[in-house]
Design a protein around this ligand. Structure first.
Ligand SMILES: *Cc1c(COP(=O)(O)O)cnc(C)c1O
Length: 407
């Protein structure tokens, strides 16, 4: 008898985005003359930077020639891209990362989901609440979380992100082995200082633990004092793996390119306590299960680091950050408190009411779609996430409607 992986039965079906879609569809049916403005889903809306498009086209043309054709590339990514990443994203900021420590992939979602398979299923996992759901669900699938009851998995150590800690979780009281952190954060938009990250790096070193650091939103950082990479923290090379993506930084959500950094010093232990290189393990896993990102996509990603590419990406992100400012100003004007938006495309608003009630209010009174915070975890109750990923015109129109409806 063929049997399923019954850990899958523990997954809490996420009805979040389908529930939102149903509510939006019902609203539109009852109000056929009203258009709905979507500030809910975390997907970019602007086209790819011109420098990326140019490189993308040129690479496609190369593929049409015998001399320029590329078959299977190196699983870890082409040297031209790995070198550009090491130079521009790390060395330029004083973070020590070498090209051969970079693993190019087709997404940070897959990487953050796949990485856990190189660790024991007995690991104690610490996961923030609220959270990007991938970290949690992939550990459920692997059987690390225990049963779900009273809104939480009993085997997970939740790291509460609340107003009290300014949405940067404190160290857990118990010992954990694997720690997920994401800054600038999705969904809260909060950031962590070097001092705050140092606390986690020191904990990981003292406990022989490992940090999985998701920096998918680092390009939104405008505060010069904030770290873009965990490797800007002393000692992090021994205890941290970092995930990056071109999805939000260069509009690659539909083009697909990302990378994972596994420093050579990073180790994990076998049952006898012997240290093993995580670089070697991840390299083995990556080469066995992945055949590389397409050549044209890697050429398009490389163009992000050209002078034009850098300027165009900055302009793209500045546009979203300006949207975030407009959203934040409207929230303040209406008397709401919020975090995020200044180094992040997300604004996390305290509604002082049930998340879904707040969602319904904005949809029914203003025709604006946000995301109820409760969908990201228990600590998200009472909040909504508003995304800055939309056109200036739509964001201004949405805020005007919310102002009229609520003031
Ligand atoms: C959008 C996002 C990513 C990027 O995922 P890709 O698969 O590279 O598109 C990673 N982490 C978080 C928290 C995100 O919100």
């Amino acid at each position: 008898m063929i049997q399923i992986n019954d850990h899958y039965l523990k997954l809490q079906a996420s009805y979040l985005f389908s529930d939102i879609a149903k509510k939006v569809a019902a609203f539109q049916e009852n109000n056929p003359d009203k258009d709905v403005i979507k500030l809910g889903i975390g997907d970019v809306t602007n086209p790819l930077p011109a420098a990326c498009i140019k490189a993308f086209h040129a690479a496609v043309d190369e593929m049409a020639t015998t001399s320029g054709f590329h078959g299977y590339g190196p699983e870890q990514g082409y040297e031209f891209l790995r070198k550009a990443i090491a130079d521009h994203d790390f060395q330029a900021r004083g973070a020590e990362v070498a090209a051969d420590e970079i693993f190019v992939s087709d997404g940070a979602k897959c990487d953050t989901g796949n990485i856990q398979e190189i660790f024991s299923t007995a690991c104690r996992i610490a996961i923030p609440d609220p959270v990007y759901p991938v970290y949690l669900d992939t550990n459920v699938m692997a059987g690390r979380t225990g049963e779900y009851s009273d809104g939480r998995y009993q085997g997970i150590v939740y790291l509460d992100s609340t107003r009290e800690n300014n949405f940067v979780p404190e160290l857990p009281n118990e010992s954990v082995d694997l720690i997920y952190l994401c800054f600038p954060n999705n969904p809260t938009g909060s950031t962590a200082t070097k001092e705050q990250l140092k606390v986690w790096v020191d904990y990981a070193r003292a406990h022989k633990a490992l940090i999985l650091f998701d920096a998918a939103y680092e390009a939104f950082i405008r505060d010069e004092t904030l770290p873009h990479s965990i490797y800007e923290i002393e000692g992090a090379r021994e205890v941290a793996i970092e995930f990056r993506s071109y999805s939000k930084s260069a509009g690659f959500t539909g083009t697909r390119c990302a990378y994972t950094v596994v420093p050579k010093e990073c180790v994990a232990y076998d049952a006898a306590g012997n240290a093993h290189s995580l670089h070697a393990l991840w390299n083995r896993r990556h080469c066995t299960k992945f055949n590389g990102v397409s050549y044209p996509v890697q050429k398009a990603a490389e163009a992000v680091y050209s002078e034009e590419g850098k300027a165009q990406c900055k302009a793209l992100i500045d546009g979203y950050l300006e949207n975030a400012k407009i959203i934040g100003a409207a929230m303040t004007e209406l008397g709401f408190t919020y975090v995020g938006g200044d180094n992040s495309p997300y604004i996390w608003v305290w509604g002082d009411r049930d998340s879904w009630d707040f969602f319904d209010l904005l949809l029914n009174k203003a025709g604006v779609v946000c995301t109820p915070g409760a969908g990201f975890g228990k600590c998200g109750q009472g909040y909504i996430r508003i995304s800055a990923f939309n056109s200036r015109e739509n964001v201004e129109k949405a805020m005007e409607r919310i102002r009229t409806a609520l003031s």
